[in-house]
Design a protein around this ligand. Structure first.
Ligand code: ATP
Ligand code: MG
Length: 373
């Protein structure tokens, strides 16, 4: 898909604007704090129905207003007549979120996710390397929810069962009141693990290649560290058995700590630099190496969209080249030019920072939230 029209109402500082988005995309130039990231945040909201910056919905409503609304018209990039209108609105007072697809409310909010097929690259991506394991699980959960049937449902049900089970443990309700949750915990937990494991296994080689190409040197690798011993399990059933065993083995620890201590909520992903000896990027990586890991993950995400949905992802670039050295930026630009990319919407504080397809992308400007084509 590509975005052809975007209508904004009181989203952050963007006011009331109706924009016709060029087929190839655009480069948005504007000084700090004028609303560049806000525009990408609005576009990406149509993909995930939440802020890519982790802001709460009520923070996205313009100061002094009660409701924001974003409507995006999407067209099939392959030129068929099919268009889809995704509309998302949030009301601060009632804390109500409403989403429609070409006018109809979908049965579940989850059905409204992922229609644009966008990937966002932002300086904040570095958190996936630098911060705790929950950031890495969050990355996987978003990619898998948007691209794998049934993953989001399994994840939501796992979280629900886990919360119930943890409440039973915390309130010391006894073995049987804890154990009644185990069957579902194991069933949904195994599905989450399978999804994560498969993605990391299938995309791992691509991640390594992207990393090597951007760094212009040795590769890096991904490793899945599940939150319990998989014991060589190779399919869903075996994963269930392994999780069952792990729960049994941790029983006394659970009652002592009052929480479930094994399962995919404790999963971790490690990044290693290849070389004479493998080094954990989180412990030994430089700033540039960390950034490159984050970029390679986003590129692997884009490849997933390309493959799963059979079409080019919309690429959103939020001032991403600012912090890479010249060699790395050149190589990532080359790489992106080579991978087939569809529509590209990028932001930069200065004209001279627009390097990606700098001749091909129409130059737009933003000032105090007002966008000028
Ligand atoms: P930089 O180049 O520094 O990244 P930017 O152009 O990306 O800047 P944004 O983050 O898009 O800037 O926008 C920041 C501006 O948006 C700030 O001026 C902030 O006050 C304003 N802003 C944020 N939330 C709201 C809101 N809910 N209502 C109105 N304005 C808001
Ligand atoms: Mg910004």
């Amino acid at each position: 898909m590509r975005l052809s029209e975007l209508s904004l109402r009181h989203f952050r500082n963007l006011g009331v604007q109706d924009l016709q988005i060029p087929e190839e995309g655009l480069a948005l130039v504007g000084e700090n704090a004028h609303g560049k990231s806000n525009l990408l945040e609005a576009i990406y909201y149509l993909e995930t129905l939440r802020s890519f910056r982790g802001a709460r919905d009520d923070q996205l409503v313009a100061f002094g207003q009660d409701v924001f609304r974003i409507v995006g018209t999407m067209e099939d990039a392959r030129g068929s007549d099919a268009t889809l209108r995704v509309a998302a609105a949030f009301q601060r007072a009632g804390r109500r979120k409403k989403v429609t697809l070409s006018g109809d409310e979908p049965p579940r909010l989850g059905d409204a996710l992922g229609h644009l097929g966008a990937v966002i690259f932002s300086p904040a991506d570095i958190a996936v390397v630098n911060d705790g394991p929950s950031e890495r699980r969050r990355f996987l959960d978003i990619v898998l929810s948007l691209n794998t049937d049934g993953y989001l449902e399994a994840l939501q049900r796992y979280r629900h069962v886990l919360a119930q089970r943890n409440a039973a443990l915390r309130e010391n309700r006894g073995q049987s009141m804890v154990r009644i949750w185990d069957r579902h915990l194991v069933e949904f937990g195994a599905r989450v693990v399978e999804g994560r494991r498969r993605w990391l296994r299938d995309r791992g080689p691509l991640f390594s290649r992207y990393y090597a190409e951007v760094s212009g040197g040795p590769a890096a690798t991904l490793e899945y560290r599940p939150g319990f011993a998989l014991e060589g399990a190779t399919d869903g059933e075996e994963v269930e058995t392994a999780l069952c065993r792990a729960l049994e083995a941790s029983s006394s620890r659970e009652f002592r700590t009052g929480t479930t201590v094994v399962g995919p909520h404790r999963d971790e992903v490690r990044f290693y630099l290849e070389g004479e000896r493998e080094l954990d990027v989180r412990e030994f990586g430089s700033g540039g190496q960390r950034r490159t890991v984050a970029l390679a993950l986003r590129l692997a995400e884009a490849a997933t969209i390309r493959e799963v949905r059979g079409r080019e992802p919309v690429i959103l670039l939020d001032d991403v080249f600012a912090e890479l050295d010249a060699g790395r930026s050149e190589r990532i630009l080359d790489l992106m030019e080579r991978e087939e990319t569809g529509q590209v919407i990028l932001t930069a504080p200065k004209e001279s920072d627009v390097r990606f397809r700098s001749d091909a992308l129409p130059r737009w400007h933003i000032r105090c939230g007002q966008i000028e084509a």
